[in-house]
Every structure is written in C-alpha cells, then in structure tokens.
Ligand binder design. Structure first.
Ligand SMILES: Cc1cc2nc3c(=O)[nH]c(=O)nc-3n(C[C@H](O)[C@H](O)[C@H](O)COP(=O)(O)OP(=O)(O)OC[C@H]3O[C@@H](n4cnc5c(N)ncnc54)[C@H](O)[C@@H]3O)c2cc1C
Length: 451
C-alpha cells in the first residue's frame, strides 16, 4: 500500500515518520490521540481519487483531515488501526470570483484565505470564527460549521452552491461548474455537507459570497444579570439594529478564564453573563449607543467604534476557547435549544454536571442568536465522563434541542446521535452510508457509531 501511495502522490507527500505524523494524530484539544500508518497529502482531485482507490483495494480505512481544528474527534485516527490520514491541505487553489459572486475553492483553502480572496474581489465570505487561519472550507462544509456570522449569513450549508468530492471507490462527483440554479434530482453536494468525512472526500467547493459588511461598525460588550436579560437585549437589538451582525454570549466563568490570558477586566463590576453585539452601517456607533440606552437588561456596557477597539472587545469572546484549553483538557459539547428554553438550560447545565461530578468546572459561552451554547467541562474525573456527557445531552434532548449545533457529531457524540435523530432518520443515514461507502472505510467510528 505504502509503495502504491508513494507512486500516486510522490514520496514527499506520504509521511510515515512518527515525528512527521504526530501533529495529524492528535486533535486541537489534545483529547483525541491516535495513530496512523501514514499521512498522505494529495495535490489534486485525481490524486485523491488514486489514493482512495488504493485504500479501497487494500481495505485500508481513510480519515479525511483539513485544518485539524475540529472539536469532536472526527479528524484524527483514533481507534482505526492501520488508517491513512488524507490531508487536504495542498488542495488550496482559489479560482477567480465569478460575476455572480461565487468562487470555487480547494477544500484545503483556509477560511482566512477565502476571506482575503473574496475581499480582493469586492465580496466577503460569510463564514468566520477564531480558527480562521487553520480551519479549511472543506472542513467547514464537512461539519456544516457555523461561527460568528450565522446571525447574518447562515451556516456553511447556506454558503454552499455545489461540491466536488471523491467517493470511497475513487469515483468523482463534481457539481462546482455551471449555473447556480439546478433542479436535477438529489442534492449530492448538500448531502456531503455535514457528512464529516464519512461519505466522501471533498476536494473543491463552490461558495456563495456575500456583500461586504459596511466598514463603519460598532461593537458593544454588555454586562447582564442573567440569560433572560441577554435574550431580552437581543430581541430589542434585532428590532432596533437592521445592521446587527453578531450576538455572542459569554458566561462569567468563561470571561474569568479569558482574563487569565492577560486581558484587562472589561467593565468595572463582574456580571453573571456578557453579551457582545456588533452592528454595521452608517452611524453604527450612534445607533448601537441609542439601542443600548433603550434596551432592557443592560447592566453596564463598553462600546467601540474604531477597528482596533472593536478587535479588543472581540478578544473577550474569541480568547475563551484558547483560555479553556490553557486551563486543562476540557470535555466539549456544542448544543442548541429552542430560544425560549435557553434561560432554563443555562441554569440547569451546571447543576446537572455538579450532581455527577461535584468538583467539575462548567464554562458556558456561545452564539446567542441561535441559542447555541458551547458547554465546556474541566476537571471531570475520567470515570464520570460518560455519565456527565449523557446527562447533559439528555437534558438538551429533553428541552427539544440539538446535541450538536455546529461542531458535528464526530467520535465524541456518535453513540448519542439517537437522542435527537429518530430511528427512521438513522436508518436512512445508514442506508446512504452503505450505498456510498459499502466497506465502511471512510472515517469509521465517526457520526454513525460502528460505521
Ligand atoms: C479556536 C476555535 C474556535 C472555533 N470556533 C468555531 C465556531 O465558532 N463555529 C464552528 O462551527 N466551529 C468552530 N470551531 C471548530 C472547527 O474550526 C470547525 O469544526 C471547522 O469546520 C473544522 O475545519 P477543519 O478544516 O479544521 O476540519 P478538521 O478538523 O480537519 O475536520 C473536521 C471534520 O471534517 C472532516 N473533513 C475535513 N475536511 C474534509 C474534506 N475535505 N472532505 C471530507 N471531510 C472532511 C474530518 O474528517 C472531520 O470529521 C472552532 C475551533 C477552534 C479551534
């Protein structure tokens, strides 16, 4: 197999040395660590097809990997003996932006590269989050990722016009050329969105770009005395600010961790929760100031109009994930609930965890507009982990929510997918998997437990 892989992509792109493989064998959080026979880095769709054919013939499992910033253990070869990690990082070509504002990007292009490319053509890319310099557009589509601009532009699925992918057999599906309007049967590109590397390897994606946000913007970091106040503030901001572009929620424990990285306290007093709002458009700072003066629930606030000050305020949100990792290896869950269930879930989550793991620290933050909470738990004893995760996910399912709002299911939550997807849905997913990857070689153990 290794010799065939070398002849397909070149010896310098088949990494078998343990030191060279190491970074691809552990995830961003350090929680998921495995081993592979080789990291293979094809440089074209044809090379991806050749790699997958070689692996199919030899019965070798394949773990697709983009930027390896995923947070659910789906990008690393854990419990998949003899697997190949197929890195998409060399598939990073960007075609010119077309007249309709779409662009065909290599799956291995980073979010930041697509953002820069879009900007240079007078457009913007609707996806953005803190891992922008490493996360790839292929990974974003594979997980149907969301991020900081979902409020305005929707998740990865909403940016996707079409995809090119290689199936486990080596067959290539390509829907990245031609008209943007297409009504010819099954949406195979849409099916690949959120498939987490279990149905095919995305090689190129055609993305719908968006108009750039106006340069005039304002950001506020608002201290609130609880989540009901935060949701009331958001409702008022939505009505008052047509240019509203972000609404993020940071709990007190999350902010405290971010401050440990050296940020100064943002407000004079501490608050149970903080809301970060961003609005864009002419008069943004005045509009935001006026909206906060009228809105209910504002305890205290700091506002910023110029770019450097806005970036400073954004750090209180963006440094939370790195700060949690600096504090330990967290259990990470990414849940959403119906909007009216958010305050109760926020209260119940720490209590649910403490009941099973009294010494645990629960750190909550997330995307307020979608009631999407990142539930991070530190210091949970290893023998309590499954019970804690299950209790949290059952709480969310009971509230009518989703056990993954944007990170995907990965390995971390595969066994709980049935909490929020019906038996009929799971059977349909398994049927699709069996049809496209009958030998189960693509990302075994991810998304569908036992796949
Ligand atoms: C600091 C930080 C902040 C984050 N913030 C957010 C956020 O706000 N919103 C959000 O949604 N996510 C966020 N994430 C999670 C992560 O960035 C996303 O899940 C991202 O989409 C993963 O992209 P990636 O290229 O790193 O994929 P990887 O981590 O390499 O892979 C993720 C999954 O996709 C599969 N995959 C990757 N590329 C392909 C491909 N070409 N074809 C088929 N399958 C593929 C992998 O097998 C794996 O299952 C954050 C992560 C970090 C570290």
């Amino acid at each position: 197999v290794d010799a065939a892989l070398v002849s397909a992509v070149g010896a310098e792109h088949v990494l078998t040395d343990p030191d060279l493989r190491a970074a691809a064998e552990v995830d961003w959080t350090g929680r998921w660590r495995g081993a592979c026979r080789a990291v293979v880095r094809p440089g074209s769709t044809e090379e991806v097809a050749a790699v997958l054919r070689i692996c199919a013939d030899a019965g070798v499992p394949v773990v697709p990997q983009g930027g390896n910033t995923g947070l659910v253990g789906g990008s690393v070869p854990v419990g998949v003996p003899g697997a190949v990690v197929l890195s998409t990082r060399r598939l990073d070509a960007l075609a010119p932006v077309d007249a309709t504002g779409t662009v065909v990007a290599g799956a291995g292009a980073t979010l930041a590269a697509v953002q820069r490319h879009a900007r240079a053509a007078g457009w913007a890319f609707g996806l953005d989050w803190a891992a922008r310099d490493s996360a790839t557009v292929g990974g974003a589509v594979a997980t149907n990722a969301g991020g900081l601009r979902v409020l305005r532009w929707g998740p990865a699925r909403a940016q996707l016009v079409g995809a090119e992918a290689v199936l486990a057999s080596g067959a290539v599906l390509s829907r990245v050329d031609g008209p943007v309007k297409d009504s010819t049967g099954y949406d195979l590109s849409g099916l690949l969105c959120g498939s987490e590397g279990t149905l095919g390897v995305l090689t190129r994606v055609r993305l719908r770009l968006v108009p750039p946000l106006p340069a005039e913007r304002a950001v506020a970091l608002v201290g609130v005395d609880g989540v009901p106040a935060a949701t009331g503030l958001l409702a008022a901001a939505r009505r008052a600010l047509p240019g509203l572009a972000a609404a993020e929620l940071v709990g007190a424990a999350a902010l405290a961790l971010a401050l440990r990285l050296g940020l100064p306290a943002p407000l004079d007093a501490e608050w149970p929760a903080y809301v970060l709002l961003e609005t864009a458009g002419a008069g943004a700072l005045d509009d935001l100031t006026a909206a906060l003066a009228e809105a209910p629930g504002v305890g205290d606030a700091v506002l910023a109009g110029d770019a450097a000050d806005r970036a400073r305020l954004w750090r209180y949100r963006e440094e939370v994930t790195p700060a949690i990792s600096a504090a330990g290896v967290p259990i990470k869950l990414d849940i959403s609930v119906p909007a009216d269930a958010l305050p109760a879930a926020w209260e119940a989550l720490p209590a649910t965890v403490s009941a099973l793991a009294p010494g645990a620290q629960v750190v909550l933050f997330g995307h307020l507009a979608e009631s999407n909470l990142h539930v991070n738990m530190l210091s949970v004893p290893a023998d309590r982990e499954p019970a804690v995760v299950e209790a949290v996910l059952r709480l969310v399912a009971g509230a009518g929510g989703s056990i993954s709002a944007e990170h995907g299911i990965g390995r971390a939550k595969a066994r709980w997918l049935g909490l929020t997807r019906s038996a009929a849905e799971l059977a349909a997913m398994r049927a699709v998997k069996a049809a496209l990857d009958p030998a189960g070689l693509l990302n075994p153990g991810v998304l569908l437990a036992g796949s």
